[in-house]
Design a protein around this ligand. Sequence first.
Ligand SMILES: Cc1ncc(COP(=O)(O)O)c(C=O)c1O
Length: 405
Amino acid sequence: MRLRDTRPPFAGLANLSETALSALPTPCYLLDEAQLRRNGELLLGVQQRTGCKILLAQKAFSNFDLYPLLAPYLAGTEASGLYESRLGRETLPDKENHVFCAAYRADAFDELLHYADHIVFNSPRQLARFGPAAKAAGKSVGLRINPECSTQEGHAIYDPCAPGSRLGTTRAQWDAAVQADPALPGLLDGLHFHTLCEQDSDALALTLAAVEDRFGDLLPRIQWLNFGGGHHITRPGYDLPTLERCITETQTKYSVQVYLEPGEAWALNAGYLVTTVLDTLRNGDTSLAILDLSAACHTPDVIEMPYRPPLLNAGDPGERAVTFRLGGPTCLAGDVIGDYSFDAPLTEGDRLLFGDMAIYTTCKNNTFNGMPLPPIWTMDASGTCRELVKFGYEDFKMRVGNSKK
Ligand SMILES: Cc1ncc(COP(=O)(O)O)c(C=O)c1O
């Protein structure tokens, strides 16, 4: 049976009592263990039905205390560099450890060899420079390719296939490099592409066709092909049959092991951010609320991506009786989460709860303006909440100077 996911973003709150919610400090990230497990079950199903291996891209979710919970479902971790690779090795020592970095440093490469099993290079030059050492250490070596197939519209910063991209090797770059150094193909155990962002499997199918078109001659010579991340597999309505067809056809046709390395899909809709209204004001026709969380500090993707996080018991502007612009307490004029409507005007002390806050949040936040980092709590399947970690003044100070003096 295929698992179809129809959960709304707040489905996981069913067991959270009003009392438990009001006992949480704010702002506070709340990680939802049951929803993480549910994502894990969906991703395990794909692996069981197709034989592919799915890694956790730690850049999206690196709350390692929850890794044991995900361990039964994942084949390993994917890292963006030395520290994430080390975290994966320390916390999941028996799982595969893959790393891709746009450029490795000579002074960190030996240490990386202690942690990673699969090392993916971004350019033929880096492959030539570090590939032989990686192979001598028994590592599986790969190259990130750029199939030059853009399937994203509207946010070029997330499109590694955009013209002039620094990410991945184009066919022209590869041909020129091999002409200069014919030994390069002999270093390759696998290929890797990452071109998607929050996309469905139709975009993957298009990309795979471009990969075959440009790099098809290399595929029969390699052992693995990594489809990268950006597959929104656990999103309600995601087209699983097309994904699974892409995987099985590729594995059969080229005798390769297919890997996927999503980040978001593991922790989609598996976290919340609880906040309190500190003040309300009105400027002309605009009603505003200042929250105790900052978009710039605590949900940076809201500004960078940009996107509008789901908010419990709120609607789009004008949909409900009153509309408020929600912003943070920092000095940044653009520290705004968005405009939301409510049944009644917001007042000081009201609590709000944003959804889908487990990904690209705790691993990406910052202390701009001296903003405190929110504590991280967990919620188990019964709705019981526990503090995982809290931060204080020292966590701000140690990042801007020698706080031990
Ligand atoms: C190389 C690579 N792999 C995996 C991912 C994870 O992507 P996502 O969290 O969108 O699934 C990213 C995200 O940028 C990436 O750059």
